[in-house]
Every structure is written in structure tokens, then in C-alpha cells.
Design a protein around this ligand. Structure first.
Ligand SMILES: Nc1nc2c(ncn2[C@@H]2O[C@H](COP(=O)(O)OP(=O)(O)OP(=O)(O)O)[C@@H](O)[C@H]2O)c(=O)[nH]1
Ligand SMILES: [Mg+2]
Ligand SMILES: [Zn+2]
Length: 352
């Protein structure tokens, strides 16, 4: 191979400025990042499509010279080019709590990614109960895939929905996320920590995001389960996170463009649809958060103290799409927008 030849690939794992890149032609290389990328401040994220140069096939090494344009970018977990959120809930054990499911759905929707809902432990409930949930969720605007990891049902349908996509796993504790990963990625145990071991740091280092290739195609990222994710978004965004509201707004418009669908006259959203009470209760939460944000007057101080301002805890991972890069100067309005968008950016930048 002559110098200047370049290969494209996908970053599957990242740790300590080393990147495991799976080249399209099949080889995995351990790569560093070209100094030029460092200088221009280009981060390399798991999921990034990259150009690798000067591969050393014997030593399985290479260098990342370029990061291709991203289709999407999640902040928590830090993943580029994800297509969908695989939200896992259990039909029973723990019991399926509609408001908790709603909350997770909203958190998944706000990422801007497609939401694929998977209901596990179908073996624990009757056919009637399964039908009950299917039809409710259809009313909510979702077509859930019902599976049982234990009875190994529904897994083919799930595999099809995951194929050719990069999916990010989310869901509360105990629903079977780890069980699902183990069955979807059979040789995962062998692959887990390959990069850490290569770097000689053992397996017990800080948890990092890793993408796994699915046997039927597609990539799956595993993220830790999280409970009661915080609804840190504007009222307008909250409304956009309900498929039912989106559908109503496609058909008609509220009289006021800034309608938040409470008591306003001429509202086309308010009504006796099933999840309207969920929307109302989330809205209250969001309005409290917005009021806190409105108290923030100095944009620079706001950026520095945004964690405290939001009352967010750092150990509560959240799915979050980052749509803005941080410019050096912003108007106050832009700064507030940015806070809505990229809470958590500060600490993820710190690793560089
Ligand atoms: N009956 C039944 N039990 C299941 C099924 N899938 C998983 N379980 C059980 O549910 C429990 C929790 O599964 P995990 O895979 O650890 O759940 P998790 O989502 O990874 O939980 P956290 O790691 O706490 O977030 C385990 O005891 C599993 O054996 C299923 O399809 N049916
Ligand atoms: Mg688990
Ligand atoms: Zn309205």
C-alpha cells in the first residue's frame, strides 16, 4: 500500500484517545487521531464515519485523518450517526407504568431520532394483555415489538427493525436490557473490553460507549439504564415529543402560534385523548424548568453553572441530541437555546 491510500470505516469504541475503527473492507484497526484534527478541535465520537490513513496491517494500527459529516449527534451517550433509540420496557416484572413509559418516550423523542419501542417479558402476560398494550400504544403513535428474551419470541422481528440501523439502547432498570444485549450479540463477552485490554488498562476502567455489530447487520450501542429522566426542554419541544400532538397539528392549527395547549381558546390539541393528562403533568414540570432558565441572565455564567441551574445530576445519563456547536460569542437568546440543547457538553468536552 502506498502512502496516501485512504480507507473509510466506523468508530466502534473510543478510549484515552485511541479509537477502534472497523474498516468497511472488514479489518479492525486501533487508531490515533491526526494532530491536525486535534488542532481544529474535531472530536471523534463512537459511530463516526472516518477516513483512515497509513494503515499498518501487521500491527493493526492506523491514523484517523478525517471525520465525515454526521447525520446525527447524541450528547449522552456520546454517539454519532445513531438512527434510532431502542427503548426497552417490560410488560411485567417490573409492572408497566404508563406514565413512566411516557416519560421515557418523551426523553427518547427529544433526541430527534426515530423511536423503536420494544416490550420484553411477553412470557409473563396473557395474550389479552399483550393485545391491550399493543392497541394502547398504537393510539399513542407507536408500533411496539413484543418480545420475550426468556421464551425467545419476537426476536426475529426485532432483529429486522435493528438491521441496517445504528441503535441506542435505553430503558429503566430490570426490564431486560442486558439480557437482550446478550441474546442479540452472542459473542459480546469476547468483544467487551477488547480495546481496554489492548491498552492494558483492564476492564474496570470508566465505562465507555461501545457499538456492537449485530449478526443480522446494524450496530447497537449499550447505555446504562436510567430512571425518571429529567424533562429539561421547552414547552414547544415537549409538545413535539408526542406523536398524538404532531398528528393533530398536521391537521389543524391552534389559534395562537405560542399555544401550549392548556386553557387557550382555539386549541386543537387539548382534548380527551389518552395521554393528554401525561402531557399536562409533564408540561407543569417543563414550565418550572423554563422559569428557572428565565432567571438566568448572564449567558457566560449560565454556561458555567448550567448543571446547577438545571438541578441536573451528573450520574443520570440522558439521551440528548446536540444540534448546535458552541460558538465563542452568543447572544443571550442563543445561549439559552444552547442550554436547552446541550446540557452536559461541558463535561464531555473535558475528556479531550
Ligand atoms: N420472565 C422473563 N424474565 C426476563 C426476560 N428477560 C429478562 N428477564 C429477567 O429480568 C431480570 C432483569 O434483566 P436484566 O437484563 O438484568 O435487566 P436490565 O434492563 O439490564 O437491568 P439494569 O441492568 O438494572 O438496568 C433478570 O432476572 C432477567 O433474567 C424475559 O423475557 N422474561
Ligand atoms: Mg443491565
Ligand atoms: Zn393548542
Amino acid at each position: 500500500m502506498t502512502q496516501g491510500d485512504a480507507w473509510q470505516g466506523t468508530v466502534l469504541a473510543a478510549q484515552a484517545n485511541y479509537y477502534q475503527v472497523h474498516l468497511d473492507q472488514g479489518t479492525d484497526l486501533l487508531c490515533t487521531r491526526r494532530t491536525r484534527l486535534k488542532k481544529i478541535g474535531t472530536r471523534v465520537l463512537v459511530g463516526d464515519r472516518v477516513v483512515v490513513v497509513e494503515p499498518d496491517w501487521q500491527g493493526q494500527r492506523g491514523a484517523i485523518a478525517e471525520v465525515l459529516a454526521r447525520r446525527s449527534e447524541l450528547d449522552r451517550p456520546p454517539i454519532a450517526n445513531a438512527d434510532q433509540v431502542l427503548l426497552v420496557f417490560a410488560l411485567a416484572s417490573p409492572p408497566l407504568d404508563p406514565i413512566q413509559l411516557s416519560r421515557f418516550l418523551v426523553t427518547a423523542e427529544v433526541s430527534g431520532l426515530r423511536v423503536l419501542l420494544c416490550l420484553n417479558k411477553a412470557d409473563l402476560v396473557s395474550e389479552v394483555d399483550q393485545q391491550h398494550w399493543r392497541s394502547h400504544l398504537n393510539d399513542w403513535g407507536y408500533s411496539p415489538v413484543l418480545v420475550s428474551v426468556q421464551a425467545q419470541t419476537g426476536l426475529r422481528e426485532l432483529g429486522t427493525a435493528l438491521r441496517d440501523n445504528t441503535s441506542v439502547l435505553a430503558g429503566p432498570s430490570g426490564v431486560g436490557k442486558s439480557s437482550l444485549i446478550n441474546i442479540l450479540i452472542p459473542d459480546r463477552e469476547l468483544r467487551v473490553g477488547a480495546l481496554s485490554e489492548y491498552l492494558g488498562r483492564g476492564r474496570h476502567t470508566t465505562r465507555h460507549v461501545e457499538l456492537f455489530e449485530l449478526p443480522e447487520g446494524g450496530l447497537l450501542a449499550d447505555t446504562p439504564g436510567f430512571n425518571q429522566p429529567a424533562l429539561t426542554m421547552t414547552a414547544r419541544k415537549l409538545a413535539a415529543c408526542f406523536p398524538e400532538i404532531r398528528a393533530r397539528q398536521r391537521e389543524a392549527r391552534c389559534q395562537f402560534t405560542d399555544c401550549i395547549h392548556q386553557e387557550e381558546p382555539g386549541c386543537v390539541v387539548r382534548g380527551d385523548w389518552e395521554r393528554y393528562p401525561h402531557y399536562q403533568s409533564f408540561l407543569e414540570e417543563v414550565l418550572v424548568w423554563q422559569a428557572k432558565m428565565a432567571q438566568v441572565t448572564d449567558p457566560d455564567a449560565a454556561l458555567k453553572t448550567k448543571f446547577r441551574a438545571l438541578g441536573a445530576t451528573q450520574d443520570e445519563p440522558r439521551l440528548e441530541a446536540k444540534r448546535y456547536r458552541r460558538p465563542s460569542r452568543r447572544t443571550q437568546r442563543q445561549a439559552l437555546e444552547a442550554i436547552y440543547q446541550d446540557v452536559g457538553e461541558l463535561d464531555s468536552d473535558a475528556e479531550e
